[in-house]
Write a protein that binds this ligand. Structure first.
Ligand code: PLP
Length: 305
């Protein structure tokens, strides 16, 4: 919400471009073709969002250069910012081709639109430097949340110096809130980041790779498999290649996932309750914990067959 305000303030343009299935929080402009709690809903838009606000949000498909370029050609000069989850993780885990992400960034620049990487999930998780570090791309603004609060309520954005200079009190883009820079949340976030800085990403990543490799073997009889990046994983139906956009998702996914979810819950293994939600391996998931989970998943698969 605040990053969009900066982008609009800096460019003097009103429209934004987002990708179907990407979720960017509960602000009005962004509840259009979103994921997360709206994933799998036929009516993706929330009630209470004025049509005039929704009309400023253009939507295109992930993994589709042609559609993206066409939208830029038509509306490029009106677009303040292109916003994307560089690791889309709110409609399953839709890992993007590096060339697609590069095109998103480079072509936006050509029409004078800013690029916002929404790293609320991937920030400090995909790597210490998030997807910015992993992709080597340089967006104009980056948003953070979740990890940076260590479980408390924080959102943050960062960006190019000249853009951040536009934020009040230095500039004319308003930024404030009762809970802004809340001391308790800041202290918790700082403690979390200090822990993360000590090189735990490599450990988490190898633990996740081991877990997901074994998990996909176990899930094979149900024709399910696992995609993962860093410490994030997602269980989905076997297909020729890992899904990259909503168009790659087979129908009936939710129903197929439900059986597995409930069988596991009965064994005290609590996966995300939606087929479109990803899982996260954390430092609390020791090899012992993960082994026990895999054992129970194996039992559940046997029962389900
Ligand atoms: C959770 C999330 C947000 C933030 O959502 P709010 O609940 O509105 O703060 C933004 N972007 C992504 C990618 C998220 O996963």
């Amino acid at each position: 919400m605040s990053a969009l305000r900066v982008a609009r303030g800096a460019t003097g343009r009103d429209k934004i471009l987002k990708f179907e299935g990407c979720y960017h929080g509960h602000a009005d402009s962004l509840l259009v073709k979103a994921g997360s709690g709206l994933a799998g809903e036929s009516a993706a838009d929330s009630a209470g969002v004025p049509a005039q606000i929704a009309d400023l949000t253009l939507v295109t498909q992930l993994d589709d250069e042609a559609g993206y370029l066409e939208t830029l050609k038509r509306h490029g000069r009106e677009i303040a910012a292109v916003i994307i989850e560089p690791m889309p993780a709110n409609y399953g885990l839709l890992l993007q081709r590096p060339e697609f992400l590069r095109t998103v960034v480079e072509e936006a620049r050509k029409v004078g639109a800013l690029v916002i990487f929404d790293e609320v999930i991937s920030g400090f998780r995909a790597a210490w430097g998030g997807m910015v570090e992993r992709s080597g791309l340089r967006p104009d603004l980056v948003t953070y949340g979740k990890i940076i609060g260590g479980g408390l309520a924080v959102g943050a954005y960062a960006g190019r110096g000249d853009l951040m200079d536009q934020v009040s009190p230095a500039g004319r883009v308003y930024q404030a809130g009762t809970l802004s820079a809340n001391p308790l949340a800041m202290r918790t976030g700082l403690a979390t980041l200090q822990k993360l800085r000590s090189g735990v990403h490599t450990l988490l990543e190898s633990r996740t790779a081991d877990f997901t490799a074994r998990l996909s073997v176990i899930l094979k009889p149900l024709e399910l498999t696992v995609s993962s990046l860093a410490s994030v994983f997602w269980i989905h139906p076997v297909s020729a290649r890992a899904p990259r956009s909503l168009r790659d998702l087979p129908s009936g996914m939710a129903e197929r996932y439900q059986g597995l979810f409930h069988a596991l819950l009965n064994k005290n293994v609590y996966l995300a309750p939606s087929a479109f939600e990803v899982g996260f391996i954390s430092l609390a998931h020791t090899p012992e914990v993960l082994n026990e989970a895999l054992q129970k998943i194996e039992e559940a698969v046997r029962e389900l067959r």
